[in-house]
Design a protein around this ligand. Structure first.
Ligand code: FAD
Length: 321
């Protein structure tokens, strides 16, 4: 049954996050041939509308307002509820990002509908829209369908491939004026922590270091490898606790959940809490000097050796490609 599906284009520093395009691809499946409408919320976002169309949106609705220039749950939910009221979608897809995780349950409660969060796949099976989502920290998967009127889901970044960008694809771009009122919080300024290189949660390649790197300097060879591969640096909690790197790099149960195409674990033992954050990576390479290390149990490729010898050798070889 064809239905209209609304997708939130998530904007960070005047750029659309990749998960917005992945959400559009998921929305195409949910729409079953119906219209996919992208919502853009913020300030000075007009220039991003074309990109949402090029990645598969049929139409874009912008809600621009000075009070929406930074994310607040109050402001964004007022904006999104106004779009939902005017568009009456049968489906809603957001990215399972910090923003999506915060906003979607609030909206689902207001709409009195269910929510399937953190989906890693969506397909049509047996006449239903079926979502797959990991449970028990990625040790099992469950398949879910929605029985209510609105199919509302958030999708995990890096799992559903976005559609090929089509620069010739155009569509209607309209504006919706929303009176944002009674904000309980106002963001005065956003001061971002300076981060180097690629965003960890959207990286296709991650080179992660554990306590085996032995010091903050020990991350240097990992950074060189990540640079050559166009990847990001990640870490185990062991490395963060030892003050070798910042906690923003922590991957795992109490850190970030990542699913890159390639995850290179260097000097990480593979504790269950670490695996919870990276075991769904597409290809896992483990470098560890202990052949019994748990990480080898889930690795696609294992290298038993000293990371300070192995990592520079890999960097040298990748440089030749
Ligand atoms: P270690 O276990 O000490 O492993 C270091 C590894 O480096 C060893 O396998 C060793 O053989 C190898 N090594 C040493 N030198 C070299 C070398 N020169 N070359 C190659 N290999 C070398 N952990 C997380 O990562 N993320 C989480 O989100 C997380 N959440 C947690 C939540 C809770 C409630 C608890 C209790 C724990 C959590 N932990 C988490 C901690 C987790 O249990 C482990 O303690 C941690 O992952 C260990 O980090 P590590 O693998 O870097 O260190």
């Amino acid at each position: 049954m064809a239905r209209k599906v609304l997708v939130l284009g998530e904007v960070r520093e005047q750029t659309l996050r990749n998960v917005s395009f992945e959400a559009l691809a998921a929305a195409k499946t949910v729409a079953e041939g119906g219209e996919v409408v992208a919502a853009l919320v913020g300030k000075n976002i007009s220039s991003l509308a074309d990109e949402m169309l090029q990645y598969g949106a049929d139409r874009v609705v912008k809600i621009e307002n000075e009070k929406l220039k930074a994310y607040t749950p109050d402001g964004y939910s007022q904006a999104l509820l106004a779009v939902i009221e005017s568009e009456k979608p049968g489906g809603i897809v957001f990215g399972h990002t910090a923003l999506g995780k915060d906003l979607s349950p609030k909206l689902a409660a207001k709409l009195n509908t269910g929510l399937i969060s953190d989906a890693t796949n969506v397909e049509i099976a047996g006449g239903n829209i079926v979502f797959t989502r990991p449970i028990y920290s990625g040790k099992a998967f469950e398949k879910k369908i929605v029985t209510g009127d609105i199919i509302f889901a958030t999708i995990r970044p890096n799992n559903i491939a976005s559609l090929e960008k089509d620069e010739s694809h155009t569509g209607e771009i309209s504006s919706l004026s929303v009176d944002i009122k009674d904000l309980r919080t106002i963001v005065k300024e956003v001061i971002r922590k300076a981060t180097e290189g690629v965003d960890l949660s959207e990286a296709k390649v991650i080179v992660a270091g554990g306590r085996g790197v032995k010091s903050s300097n020990g991350f240097e060879p990992l950074k060189e490898l990540a640079n050559v591969l166009g990847g990001a640096i990640g870490a185990s909690r062991g490395a963060c606790d030892a003050d070798y790197c910042d906690y923003s790099l922590q991957i795992g149960q109490t850190g970030k959940v990542v699913t890159p195409d390639l995850y290179i674990a260097c000097g990480i033992s593979g504790a269950i809490q670490h695996l919870a954050g990276m075991s769904n990576s597409k290809v896992i390479v483990a470098i560890n000097k202990d052949p019994e290390a748990n990480i080898f149990k889930i690795a696609d490729y294992g290298i038993v050796g000293d990371l300070f010898e192995v990592v520079p050798l890999l960097t040298q070889e990748f440089k030749k490609l």
